[in-house]
Design a binder for this molecule. Structure first.
Ligand SMILES: [Zn+2]
Length: 372
């Protein structure tokens, strides 16, 4: 189970406990009115029932696991999974006693338990702040603003990752890698959605890159695919892996409003157009509607912030593996051209990346309101 997942599970457990307790209290009050001898038995039954439910929730919240890669030691495994080594080394060794090789080495291919993260979910005095380490130290505490998106499930897929950097742009001496910039915008979008009560899955995750307020996002290759899979280099396998991940989550949430949002930058040339482009599956009316909602939001934002600039972004269908093969309604977004001078400003200025995330959020909110 991934870190992100565990947080969601814990939140659900806390919520369920609250609801059950409430229900139990109501029933207890009701039963107080009935005959005394029955009352006692019912009360005991309810307590046992309540305990069993809580226990089963706890049993589910087990330790996450990771498989040792070739040549990997404890340090690398912990770092790869986003654990500060100094804090978790002892806990890791304790947890995996008997499974370690000489000098506490790891045996490649073997599964190891990861320690429970401390303060994963910190409910502050207001009861409205949750902690998601994936957003990095500065952004890990997420304040829940409202529950407008309660019940909505979003599968967020930043393009490329792992061994594949995607398109690479040049900016002065910097090499700008598409996967890092797409990831940063996607993380910011994820955080926005969580702030409004949505359930969010980051399908591509980097355990040690949170939201970064830098212009230059240093490229790395340690992104993993949900829940914790190494990303293959082969394109077909890579796309299938992430689509499968989304599809299995989709089944888990069947009946809920769900969207899959795929975020790329890319360096394709669109003639003179350098805007944000939205793609959907040809057969999907809902996909077309969602993409159009996005486009309208961007149109509105441009009119508001850069009047007269004109917006030429489009909505169109496109034959893309991830869009064609995914169960949830999917929208594939190209945020701009990583090689284009003007588009580059949209990516290297952190507040512009936040603005993109905010606009995408507004588009999704609008889509949810209209189409839920
Ligand atoms: Zn791409």
């Amino acid at each position: 189970m991934s870190h992100f997942d565990k947080i969601l599970l814990k939140l659900t457990a806390i919520l369920a406990a609250g609801i059950l307790f409430n229900r139990y209290e109501q029933m207890r009050k009701f039963m107080l009115g009935s005959k005394l001898h029955i009352k006692k038995y019912i009360e005991i039954f309810l307590i046992i029932f309540f305990a069993v439910v809580i226990f089963s929730f706890n049993a589910k919240a087990q330790n996450a696991e990771a498989i040792a890669q070739k040549g990997e030691g404890i340090y690398r495994m912990l770092t790869r999974n986003g654990y500060p080594v100094s804090e978790y080394l002892d806990a890791f060794i304790e947890l995996n006693k008997g499974k370690l090789g000489p000098n506490n080495s790891l045996i490649a291919g073997r599964k190891y338990k990861l320690p429970k993260k401390k303060n994963e979910t910190t409910l502050k005095a207001s009861g409205k702040t949750v902690r998601h380490e994936i957003f990095g130290p500065r952004y890990a505490d997420v304040e829940i603003i409202d529950d407008q998106l309660k019940g909505a499930v979003f599968h967020l897929v930043p393009g490329h990752g792992g061994p594949d950097p995607g398109a690479v742009g040049t900016y002065g001496n910097w090499k700008l890698c598409e996967d890092e910039y797409a990831y940063d915008v996607t993380l910011r979008l994820a955080r926005n959605l969580i702030q409004h009560g949505a359930t969010v899955y980051m399908i591509i995750k980097d355990p040690n890159d949170g939201i970064r307020d830098d212009s230059y996002l240093k490229p790395d290759k340690d992104e993993v695919c949900y829940p914790n899979q190494r990303i293959p280099l082969n394109q077909q396998q890579r796309l299938k892996q992430r689509t499968d991940a989304v599809n299995s989550l989709y089944l888990k949430h069947r009946g809920s409003f769900q969207r899959m949002i795929i975020i790329h930058l890319d360096s394709r040339s669109h003639g003179q157009n350098i805007d944000v482009f939205f793609y959907h599956d040809k057969r999907s009316e809902a996909g077309k509607r969602a993409a159009t909602t996005f486009k309208n939001t961007f149109q509105r934002k441009y009119d508001q912030h850069q009047p007269g600039r004109g917006y030429k972004g489009t909505v169109s269908d496109r034959n893309l593996y991830v869009v064609r093969n995914s169960h949830p309604v999917a929208v594939f977004i190209e945020l701009g051209n990583i090689n284009h001078k003007r588009d580059q400003q949209r990516f290297i200025i952190p507040s512009n990346r936040q603005a993109l995330a905010n606009w995408l959020f507004e588009g999704l909110l609008d889509d949810y309101r209209k189409n839920k």
